[in-house]
Design a protein around this ligand. Structure first.
Ligand code: ASP
Ligand code: MG
Length: 481
């Protein structure tokens, strides 16, 4: 079976839901007896609003709470009406009953929300547990609307309650799955429907503990839900339907001819995520990768496009492998990415020359000021680092100056060349370095994973460097040997 996950923009309004229905319907008709599990986010912006409701309640602002809850209810009921209007003449008595049920459920959900958040606003305190109960409302109602829209389109569809389908730990706001219990829950309530050819719709992001207390997986958690469900059900593929075509070989605003990456490894996706490839957070799809289930990113506005596939290891690349024997036929970079607004610190010690403990002492200062260090390069007597959070820069520099010389250079950019081929073809690294010949490069670092080479150079040179590196990418369509 297949898991199809639709993000907030793909369920934002009636036209978006109509696109979802067409996509799911095509799949359902094309694969009889193999119905997909449809995982949905809350409507675009709703989780943010629910978090704001929790904040208002915590601040004791009962009036703001009830206004916001009423707005949210109105938006969902309006969407229900829009879905019914779009279905028009096709509604029969049975679907009309379903629609009435959904209307009552939505009203009841927001009543409950209003009561809970209202009560919390009297106390003026919101625990992580109550916050999760509030936030979960978004997915619980969006999933009912999507199920209704599928039913109205003549697709056999059932609704599953995420609170009984996904069993989690009790870490509110960051719950983790209990895979064994989740597998059992799905086998009882979801798998039989799918086996009969009935599409099942479930809200992402939401789960409950064994005791039935509502939890959430954390922001962006619907992708995580999709991966958990896919792993538990042994899916063939997990599709993440969103509003972009997939992962690109470079930022198209900086580089002409940026292509879609058709297949990338999990490790490559993880490297790119740091640079703001915000399509999805790789850690959320780990359950799928661990079970060797490919995850495909697809555009719900352009379902005919093939998207980007994230797999445990790309064909041609070998996880942990190296050497010429494993070299792909036409090696190249998978993607290049950049991050601007970076500050470089050059820290050198003459006094502590060759002394042990130098690096530890330097990094302890960054640690104490809670400032993440991104790129690091070292020589015997000096270390260069980059940071992008400069709030504690002055304090860090003055502490470092107690035992080092420090030079600070703002206005830098990190440019990363990413590709598993770097580890499989030892000549690729030198080609990549050669591509920047003549440019002023401040730092070069090859990650321990050997799937990226990172350059630090001036922001003004970043776009040119990206373009040159992009010329070293591997061919768009990979020959699957
Ligand atoms: N609705 C949740 C959020 O906005 C979960 C998700 O959409 O992935 O974070
Ligand atoms: Mg998302």
């Amino acid at each position: 079976m297949t898991v199809m996950k639709f993000g907030g923009t793909s369920v934002a309004d009636a036209p978006a839901i109509a696109r979802l229905v067409a996509i799911v319907g095509d799949r359902w008709r094309a694969h009889p007896g193999e119905a997909p599990l449809v995982v949905v986010s809350a409507l675009a912006g709703v989780t943010d609003r629910l978090m704001a409701v929790a904040d208002e309640a915590g601040a004791g602002r009962g009036g703001a709470v009830s206004d916001a809850v009423r707005d949210l209810e109105r938006r969902h009921l309006q969407l229900l009406d829009d879905i019914l209007a779009a279905a028009g003449a096709t509604t029969d008595a049975r679907t009309a009953t379903t629609a009435d049920e959904v209307r009552r459920e939505i009203a009841a959900s927001f009543d409950r929300l209003g009561q809970v958040a209202g009560a919390l606003s009297v106390v003026g305190e919101v625990s992580p547990r109550s916050r999760d109960a509030i936030a979960a409302t978004g997915e619980l109602v969006s999933s009912r609307l999507v199920r209704l829209a599928l039913t109205l389109a003549g697709i056999d569809a059932a609704w599953a309650d995420a609170r009984s389908a996904l069993v989690t730990s009790g870490e509110f706001g960051a719950a983790t799955p209990d895979m064994t219990a989740t597998r059992e829950a799905l086998a009882a309530s979801v798998a039989p429907h799918l086996a009969r050819g009935t599409v099942v719709v479930v809200g992402g992001y939401v789960g409950a503990t064994r005791e039935g207390i509502v939890t959430t997986l954390g922001r962006g958690g619907s992708d995580y839900s999709a991966a958990i469900f896919g792993a538990a059900l042994g899916a063939r593929e997990i599709q993440i339907w969103t509003d972009v075509d997939g992962m690109l070989t470079a930022d198209p605003r900086l580089v002409d001819h940026a292509d879609l990456v058709d297949t990338l490894s999990f490790g490559e996706a993880a490297e790119l995520a740091y640079f703001g490839a915000k399509v999805l957070h790789p850690s959320t799809i780990l359950p799928a990768i661990e079970h060797d289930i490919p995850v495909r990113i697809l555009n719900s506005r352009h379902p005919e496009r093939q998207g980007s596939r994230i797999v445990a290891a790309r064909p041609g690349g070998r996880p942990g492998g190296a050497g010429l024997a494993a070299a792909p036929a036409r090696p190249g970079l998978t993607a290049v990415a950049a991050k601007r607004g970076v500050t470089r610190l050059d820290v050198s010690s003459t006094r502590m020359l060759m002394a042990h403990g130098f690096l530890a002492r330097v990094f302890a200062i960054f640690e104490r000021h809670r400032t993440p260090v991104d790129v690091v390069t070292t020589s015997e007597v000096s270390v260069s680092v980059t940071i992008d959070d400069t709030r504690a820069l002055d304090a860090i520099v003055s502490e470092l100056r107690a035992f080092c010389e420090v030079a600070v250079e703002p206005g830098m950019a990190i440019v990363a060349a990413v590709g598993d081929d770097l580890r499989d073809d030892p000549t690729l690294a030198s080609r990549v370095l050669g591509a920047l010949a003549g440019m002023r490069v401040a730092m070069v670092s090859q990650g321990g994973s050997r799937r990226n080479i990172t350059f630090v150079l001036s922001e003004a040179d970043a776009a040119a460097a990206m373009r040159r590196l992009h010329g070293e990418r591997r061919p768009a369509r990979e020959a699957t040997a």
